[in-house]
Design a protein around this ligand. Structure first.
Ligand code: ATP
Ligand code: MG
Length: 403
């Protein structure tokens, strides 16, 4: 088929959807006009930033809360409104949003910041210090107020340290004509606790906490979006409340709730149904979980996968595994592959990491005078695990042999 015919078909399908009017509004990066149950955070962030409209530097803000609690959505929403208000009043505000998971080096963050003040830095060839100097010069010559959002800031700091964060929160001491305010956002509560106190105090001039949503709040959020996304009447009773309840059970994650609803709709459409029912939500849950496992497992380093394969093999024959058994089996796998194994200590750490990622459950039990061990079981379906493990050519070889 010609490319244009393919597209024609895609368009026709989209137009004839029995389920969706506009599925885009269910996507995670869509910023809705209404953010129910975040009035308090919107008002608070708005009042912190409002001095910018009169040319004063707002306090730096540190925002944290679990994933899917609306931190990014609220921040973007407030900044959009602030920006348009500033335009109306003729005040100069430069807003710069950087996600440091995507722009994950200090240099790339500075590159983005420079872009926001109209300076194009070279991609390579100058040092980070030089890049920072040029950015600061460009910023100062603009005589402006710059509001910098560093979203998912834990990624940058964990990888490259807190120097840039520290410098930005102190940058006003070096600026004469311009001012800068920093909004840092993270969902890693451990990171918050471990942040260097001097950085925390300069970033967190004001701190804003986003609590998780409960099931009924998630329902309100979903109802708003469902009205825009679906054709009238296709969403059956109980669908929204089920999505809300499932997401609330995890930890009140609105992204999760929206994903469930969107995927349920897509499954209904694939099946040719003219409604979205609770059965589609259950299928959506399985599909999302499967995708998550595949994504997490595929991105593990080889030894992580081998430890996981060892756990899988033992659990399949005995139902559960101990750390010692996993180590012994893992070593035999390394021997088969003719590669060097890592230490038992490291294997033990890998098991903890797998536990934290929700791939396995590892429970510490006491064995009396033999000390402690961990009882390890799988926390995800064998099928998802196998799909993911098979993607790795090394592991695939081992799987075939054990068949
Ligand atoms: N109060 C709300 N009303 C409507 N939609 C919301 C609300 N809160 C969150 N959402 C939606 O839920 C999704 C996740 O929200 P958001 O991206 O803001 O979470 P987050 O707190 O930044 O999470 P993370 O820490 O993982 O980045 C987005 O699609 C967002 O539009
Ligand atoms: Mg976010």
């Amino acid at each position: 088929m010609k490319a244009s015919d393919v597209l024609e078909e895609v368009f026709a399908q989209a137009l004839s959807s029995k389920i969706f009017v506009n599925r885009e509004v269910l996507r995670p990066d869509y910023i809705p006009d209404q953010l129910p149950h975040r009035e308090e955070q919107i008002a608070k962030l708005g009042s912190i930033l409002a001095p910018a409209l009169r040319g004063y530097r707002p306090s730096n803000v540190f925002i944290y809360g679990l994933t899917g609690t609306g931190k990014t959505a609220v921040t973007k929403f407030v900044l959009k409104k602030l920006k348009s208000k500033a335009l109306e009043l003729g005040t100069s505000i430069d807003v710069c949003y950087v996600n440091t998971r995507q722009d994950d080096t200090t240099y790339r963050v500075i590159f983005r910041l420079a872009e926001c003040v109209g300076l194009k830095l070279p991609f390579t060839g100058i040092s980070t210090a030089e890049a920072y100097r040029r950015f600061m010069k460009a910023l100062d010559s603009r005589a402006t107020l710059m509001i910098v959002v560093l979203d998912e800031i834990d990624f940058l700091v964990k990888k490259h340290g807190d120097e840039l964060l520290y410098r930005l929160t102190r940058a006003n001491e070096e600026l004469s004509l311009s001012k800068i305010s920093v909004i840092g956002i993270t969902n890693d509560l451990k990171f918050v606790d471990n942040l260097d106190p001097r950085v925390r105090s300069s970033l967190g001039e004001v701190e804003l906490v986003f609590p998780p949503y409960n099931a009924s709040q998630l329902e309100d959020i979903l109802n708003d979006r469902a009205r825009l996304a679906f054709r009238p009447g296709v969403v059956r009773d109980g669908v929204i409340s089920l999505c809300a309840a499932l997401a609330a059970r995890e930890h009140g994650d609105a992204r999760r709730a929206l994903d469930l609803l969107r995927v349920a709709g897509e499954i209904a459409e694939r099946e040719g149904a003219d409604y979205v029912g609770v059965e589609h939500v259950y299928k959506a849950r399985t599909e999302i979980e499967h995708d998550r496992v595949v994504e997490v497992v595929s991105s593990l380093p080889l030894h992580g996968k081998l430890v996981l394969l060892a756990i899988y093999n033992i659990v399949r024959s005995r139902g559960k595994a101990t750390t010692g058994e996993v180590y012994a089996h893992y070593k035999s796998l390394c021997t088969k592959l003719n590669i060097e194994s890592v230490t038992q200590r490291r294997v033990s750490d890998i098991i903890s990491e797998l536990d934290m990622m929700g791939i396995v459950n590892a429970r510490v039990v006491s064995r009396g005078r033999y000390g402690k061990t961990r009882i390890i079981t799988l926390a995800v379906s064998e099928e998802s695990l196998l799909t993911a493990l098979k993607e790795d050519p090394y592991v695939e070889v081992l799987l075939d042999r054990s068949r």
